[in-house]
Design a protein around this ligand. Structure first.
Ligand code: SAH
Ligand code: SF4
Ligand code: F3S
Length: 411
């Protein structure tokens, strides 16, 4: 029996798919890269924007075709499914299974041999007015610290070089350590415990909510040598009234103060963010405030999302009154600001020697990332070096572009 998993959405879903794969393999299934070849197709779904949901429904004709050829084919829908879509999907798929279980005893099929996703919590208690995640993933649940440390220790023993901690809101992580109720472990403490695991590896984490980003946490990120200088902190909007309607629980000023504090403690930091354009009633002036905050924060990357009304969320009751064209125009303006700040930030690397983790090698180039999450492209000059994926290199940066750096391997 062969299985194929198709994953949509965020890293959390990709991580879940790695764990689903291991459970299927334990049950005797073999992986196939060819969807049409499978006896079991698992669709790990995202509902955050309407476009993602439509894409899945749109694929259904193709699945019907597969079923004609292979009558034994079963199609399972899992992941983030909205209750309001359930009925429609139950008619289309054989099984709709959406309970999120954070822990799997099976060893996951990690994406590769040097970089691994490690979920530390799932769910969300924040109920931002536009967002489905609290409805699809339920309330926050943290994984026991002991279990996380155990998994990472095993990965490091197997020479993994990059550990990516995942959660919808990692900095509200809360759990027990060593099964002693009194020894509660929060995110800063968990980071310290992971940093103390012996070995040469990097720690990344995402995503962080501004309301839980404390000075204590920033200091720990600065102080722990394995934690990489990259913080993803979602802004969503730079206008206080919109932020209030979004139920984000901070102001633009607070966000900018956090950015200042982060840059004070971690001067070489990369800061990335998410923004929504065209939230209901967003006026030109309110949009311009987001643009202003962007200019001041000088982000390295911004994931710009056009507002998409989602059934069941609080903002669904508000009129989606910013047109698609206007959302596109706003997105374009923000992209131009991003290009300026990203290039300005990238230029600071030129002439410097930085550590790079090799991720990909093709005929003529090596691709990797700096500790600060910058993509670097390097020419292959000294083939005799025998550079492999998952190795750390010393690289001299020679050129800065908008979305990446170019460099030469020094060592
Ligand atoms: N927990 C994360 C976000 C997870 S959802 C955080 O708060 O940072 C990922 C991103 O999708 C969000 O940051 C938001 O920018 C976008 N998003 C969520 N719901 C959306 C909607 N209804 N329309 C458009 N974008 C949305
Ligand atoms: Fe969604 Fe807000 Fe939770 Fe992020 S913090 S997952 S945007 S509800
Ligand atoms: Fe992620 Fe989409 Fe679910 S963004 S948490 S897969 S709704």
């Amino acid at each position: 029996m062969k299985y194929h998993i198709k994953t949509y959405g965020c890293q959390m879903n990709y991580s879940d798919s790695e764990r689903i794969a291991s459970v299927l393999e334990l049950a005797g299934y073999k992986k196939t890269a060819q969807e049409s070849d499978a006896d079991l197709i698992v669709i790990n779904m995202c509902s955050v924007r309407k476009s993602a949901v439509d894409r899945i429904a749109g694929n259904f004709k193709k699945y019907k075709q597969y079923k004609k050829i292979n009558p034994n084919l079963k199609i399972v829908l899992t992941g983030c499914v909205l209750e309001s879509d359930r009925e429609r999907f139950e008619k289309l798929f054989d099984v709709v299974e959406t309970r999120h279980c954070l822990v799997s005893t099976a060893k996951p099929h990690y994406q590769n041999k040097f970089s691994a996703y490690v979920p530390i919590m799932t769910g969300c208690n924040n109920f931002c007015s536009y967002c489905v995640v609290p409805y699809t993933r339920g309330r926050e649940k943290s994984r026991p610290a002991e279990e996380i440390i155990g998994e990472i220790t095993g990965l490091v023993d197997n020479k993994y070089k990059e550990i990516i901690l995942l959660g919808q809101n990692v900095n509200s992580y809360k759990s027990k350590v060593h099964k002693v109720e009194s020894q509660k472990c929060d995110f800063p403490k968990l980071l310290k415990l992971i940093n103390n695991i012996p070995g040469n590896f990097w720690i990344r984490f995402l995503t962080s909510h501004p309301k839980d980003m404390t000075e204590e946490l920033i200091k720990i990120i600065a102080r722990c040598e394995k934690i990489t200088p990259h913080i993803h902190l979602a802004l969503q909007s730079g206008d206080d009234e919109i932020l209030k309607k979004m139920n984000r629980k901070y102001t633009a000023e607070h966000f900018l103060d956090l950015v200042k504090l982060i840059r004070k403690y971690i001067p070489d930091v990369t800061i990335t963010t998410d923004i929504i354009v065209g939230f209901p009633d967003e006026t030109e002036r309110q949009f311009q405030r987001t643009a202003e905050v962007m200019r001041e924060a000088k982000f390295d990357m911004v994931y710009i999302n056009k507002y998409s009304p989602r059934a069941g969320t609080a903002s669904y009751k508000m009129k989606d009154d910013v047109s698609w064209e206007e959302k596109k125009r706003r997105e374009k303006i923000l992209t131009e600001i991003l290009k300026k700040t990203a290039l300005e930030n990238n230029r600071k690397y030129v002439g410097k020697i930085v550590e790079v983790l090799v991720e990909k090698i093709d005929g003529s180039f090596i691709y990797g990332k700096t500790r600060s999450f910058k993509n670097v492209k390097m020419g292959i000059k000294n083939r005799e070096l025998g550079i492999k994926k998952g190795e750390f290199l010393e690289v001299k940066i020679t050129k800065a572009k908008f979305w990446n750096l170019e460099g030469e391997v020094v060592k």
